[in-house]
Design a protein around this ligand. Sequence first.
Ligand code: FES
Length: 114
Amino acid sequence: MFRKISVIGKVFDKRNSAVVMVDDKPILIVKYNNSLYGMDAICSHMGCGILTDVQDNVATCPLHGAKFNVITGEMIAPPQVRPEVPCEFKSNSKTPLKTYKVRINNEGFVEIDV
Ligand code: FES
């Protein structure tokens, strides 16, 4: 079910991403190729990074550099604690992040299918 959030679609005229809170959960919204995509904003590696660094359809975790495809939620590059050593934390680092359909309603507000 789509839920209206307090963000107007025009925000994405000037920026390509924003993190919004829905039920106390941060969700990353990304504009890519004139469509909006939603994905959980907390990194699945150690759960301590908020994904705010976005280029095209790829979000990069600020902590250990894991990269996620915001359209599928798939981790496309693994975390690395040190560039020369693969990260030793293997818990759920490959778990894809949940994605959400996003649209702009006829009032101009963003809606997320949560
Ligand atoms: S917490 Fe995101 S890569 Fe480690």
